[in-house]
Design a protein around this ligand. Structure first.
Ligand SMILES: [Zn+2]
Length: 55
């Protein structure tokens, strides 16, 4: 699972496909909520606020 800013969306997708060999599902963090999970405060690859969830 990757939580990324707009700048790193493609990088996260590339890595995901490399590892899992299947395209990820993309969600906008604002439009999803999980009862037992709170989104990290920054992107997986940098310190910007994350926008997308790649799973
Ligand atoms: Zn980033």
């Amino acid at each position: 699972m990757y939580v990324v800013c707009a700048d790193h969306l493609e990088e996260a997708i590339d890595e995901f496909v490399d590892i899992y060999e299947t395209p990820p599902d993309l969600y906008e963090l604002e439009s999803v909520s999980f009862t037992d999970w709170s989104a990290p405060s920054h992107c997986t690859f940098c310190n910007k606020p994350p926008i997308y969830l790649v799973v």
